[in-house]
Design a protein around this ligand. Structure first.
Ligand code: PEP
Ligand code: MG
Length: 544
C-alpha cells in the first residue's frame, strides 16, 4: 500500500482500477529485431485497435458536434488503411529489421513531409493528420493506448495532465475518477470533473504517476485529495464506508428536488447550472437547476480540428434551449486563448496568454468568428429563453462593440428573412478588476452581470490560475475579490441590472450567506452542487 496526496477538486470517493495515460511516451527508439513477421503482426493488431478507437471517437463526435466535425475521424480511418502508408511501414520493418514503432515513426515523418510540400492547402493539412494517426498507432503498439479510453470496466484515469480537448474526447461513461500529476483546481479539466460529478484529484505529483501501474487498485478521495495505491483491506473498508455515506447524502439531497430556492426569510435566489457541452444537459435536469447560468461555448471549438460552422453551433444551442424548455439558458460567447488553445484558430504564441488575445478580445479582432457565433445564437433564440454573455470585459468600448455586433448579426438575419427573438438578454462577465471598478458605467448598458470569480481572483491577486505552485497564495475569500463583487452588485442594482456569480466560488457554501447579503440574485454552479446549494439557501436566514 502506498499513499500520495494531491488536491481534491470534487468531493467524492472512487475505488477502482487505474488507467495510466502518459502523454510524453511518444518518443520512439530504433530497436533491431530478429522476427519481422512478429512485428508485422503487431502492426496489424495495433491497426485494428486504432481503427476501433477511431470508430468510437467518430460516433461520439457525431453525437456531440455533428457530422461535419466528425468527418475528420473518417479521414483518419481511411489514412490508417492507406496502402502506401501500410506498405511503407512493412517495407521498413522487413528491409531494416527494426521494431514496428520505429517503422511507423519514420513513415510518419516521410508522409507528413510529403503532404506538407504539396501545393494544395487541403493536402497540406493532411500532414498533421498523418502524425496524429501515427501517434495513435505507436501508442497502440506500445500499449500506451493514446489518450483515448478503451476499457470494459469503469477506470480511474491517471495522467500527467489533460488538456480540455483531451478531457472532452475521453469517454466519460468509463471514468470513475481523474487523477492528474499536475494541473490546478481552476483548470478546465478540474471544472469539467466537477460538472460531470466525477471525483478528481489534481497536482498529485510525478512520484504518484511513476508509482501507479496500469490496473493497480486505487482509492481516490476527492474530499481530501488522498490517493492510495493497492490499499489493504482495512483501508478499503474505510473508504467504501465513506462512499456509502456520500451516496446517502446524495439521496437526502434528492429530497430537495422540486423545492424552491428560497431563504428562511423568504428571499428567492436563482440557482442555475454551468455546462461545458450538450452532454451535460441531463445532469442539469437531473439536479433540478433553475436554468443554465453559463454554457462555456468554447468546448465546441476545443473538441474539433476545425471551427464549428454556424449550422453546427445552431444545432448545439438549439438542443440546449429546447431541452431546457422555458428555463433560461445563458450562453457565453467564445472564450478561447489562455489555458484553452486550439490549433485551428491559428493563434500566435504569446508570452503571457492569460493577459493576451483571449476571449472577447479575440472575437473583436476576428469578426468572422464572432458574427458567425452571434448569428447562430440569434437563430437559436427562437427555441427557448436565451441570454448571451460576453467574457473578459474590461471597458465600455468593448461592450459597445459587442452590442453593435449583436445588432449586425440581427440585421443580417433580418435581411435574409431568418427568424430570431428580440427577447434575448445581454450580459457581461465581471471577471477583471477593471470591469468591477467601472461596473457603474457598464451596468446601464446590459441586462445582467455574471461574476467569473475564477478569473476575477486570478487577475485581482495576480496569481495565474493554471499555476499549481501558487495554490498557497490564492486566498479565494480574499477581501479584495469580495469587495469587487459587492461593488458590482450595488452598481448592477442601481441601474436595473441583475447580477449572478458563475465562477467556482458560487458553489462555496461558506460564502452563500455573504453573497445573498450582498444582493446576488443568481448563483450558477456545476450541476452536482445545485442541490447542495439549495439546501444551504433554504437554511439561510438573512433577517438575523
Ligand atoms: C470564471 O472566470 O470564473 C469563469 C466562470 O470563466 P472560466 O472559468 O471559463 O474562465
Ligand atoms: Mg473566466
Amino acid at each position: 500500500m502506498q499513499r500520495f496526496s494531491g488536491k481534491g477538486v470534487y468531493g467524492a470517493v472512487a475505488v477502482g482500477a487505474a488507467k495510466v495515460l502518459r502523454r510524453q511516451q511518444t518518443s520512439v527508439n530504433r530497436i533491431h529485431i530478429d522476427d519481422p513477421e512478429r512485428e508485422l503482426q503487431r502492426v496489424k493488431t495495433a491497426k485494428e485497435k486504432a481503427t476501433a478507437q477511431l470508430i468510437e471517437i467518430y460516433k461520439k463526435a457525431l453525437e456531440e458536434v455533428g457530422e461535419d466535425h466528425a468527418q475528420i475521424f473518417e479521414i483518419h480511418m481511411m489514412m490508417l488503411d492507406d496502402e502506401d502508408y501500410t506498405e511503407s511501414i512493412e517495407n521498413i520493418i522487413k528491409t531494416q529489421l527494426v521494431n514496428a514503432e520505429y517503422a511507423v515513426s519514420v513513415t510518419s515523418d516521410e508522409f507528413s513531409k510529403m503532404f506538407r510540400s504539396m501545393d494544395d492547402a487541403y493536402m497540406q493539412e493532411r500532414s498533421a493528420d498523418v502524425r496524429d494517426i501515427s501517434n495513435r498507432l505507436i501508442a497502440c503498439l506500445s500499449g500506451a493506448d493514446s489518450n483515448s479510453l478503451h476499457a470494459d470496466e469503469k477506470v480511474i484515469i491517471c495522467a500527467d495532465d489533460l488538456s480540455p480537448s483531451e478531457t472532452v474526447t475521453l469517454d466519460k461513461s468509463k471514468v470513475l475518477a481523474f487523477v492528474t500529476a499536475f494541473g490546478s483546481s481552476n483548470s478546465h479539466t478540474a471544472i469539467l470533473a466537477r460538472s460531470l460529478n466525477i471525483p478528481a484529484v489534481i497536482n498529485a505529483g510525478e512520484e504518484f504517476l511513476n508509482a501507479v501501474k496500469e490496473g493497480d487498485r486505487l482509492i481516490v478521495d476527492g474530499h481530501t485529495g488522498e490517493l492510495i495505491i493497492d490499499p489493504d483491506e482495512q483501508t478499503s473498508d474505510h473508504y467504501l464506508e465513506i462512499q456509502k455515506r456520500d451516496e446517502h447524502r446524495k439521496a437526502l439531497l434528492g429530497q430537495l428536488k422540486g423545492k424552491p430556492d428560497i431563504t428562511k426569510d423568504g428571499r428567492e435566489i436563482k440557482v442555475y447550472a454551468n455546462i461545458g457541452g450538450t452532454d451535460e444537459i441531463d445532469a442539469v435536469l437531473a439536479n433540478d437547476a433553475g436554468g443554465i447560468g453559463l454554457f462555456r461555448s468554447e468546448f465546441l471549438y476545443l473538441a474539433n480540428d476545425t471551427s464549428p460552422t454556424e449550422e453546427q453551433q445552431l444545432a448545439a444551442y438549439k438542443k440546449v434551449l429546447e431541452r431546457m424548455k422555458d428555463k433560461k439558458v445563458i450562453i457565453r460567447t467564445l472564450d478561447i486563448g489562455a489555458d484553452k488553445q486550439v490549433d485551428h484558430l491559428g493563434l500566435e504564441k504569446e508570452d503571457n496568454p492569460a493577459l493576451g488575445l483571449r476571449a472577447i478580445r479575440l472575437c473583436l479582432k476576428r469578426p468572422e468568428i464572432f458574427i458567425t457565433q452571434l448569428r447562430a445564437l440569434y437563430r437559436a433564440s427562437v427555441y427557448g429563453k436565451l441570454g448571451i454573455m460576453f467574457p473578459m470585459i474590461t471597458s465600455v468600448s468593448e461592450v459597445e462593440k459587442c452590442l453593435a455586433a449583436c445588432e449586425q448579426a440581427k440585421k443580417e438575419l433580418k435581411a435574409e428573412g431568418i427568424a430570431y427573438s428580440e427577447d434575448v438578454e445581454l450580459g457581461i462577465m465581471i471577471e477583471t478588476p477593471a470591469a468591477a471598478m467601472i461596473s457603474d458605467r457598464l451596468a446601464p448598458m446590459v441586462d445582467f452581470f455574471s461574476v467569473g470569480t475564477n478569473d476575477l481572483t486570478q487577475y485581482t491577486l495576480a496569481c495565474d490560475r493554471q499555476n499549481a505552485k501558487l495554490e498557497e497564495f490564492v486566498d479565494t475569500h480574499h477581501e479584495a475579490v469580495l469587495r469587487l463583487i459587492e461593488m458590482s452588485a450595488q452598481n448592477a442594482h442601481k441601474h436595473g441590472a441583475w447580477i449572478g456569480i458563475c465562477g467556482e466560488l458560487a458553489a462555496d457554501t461558506t460564502l452563500t450567506e455573504k453573497f445573498l447579503a450582498m444582493g446576488i440574485d443568481e448563483l450558477s454552479v456545476s450541476a452536482p452542487f445545485v442541490l447542495v446549494l439549495r439546501d444551504t439557501i433554504r437554511k439561510t436566514d438573512l433577517s438575523t
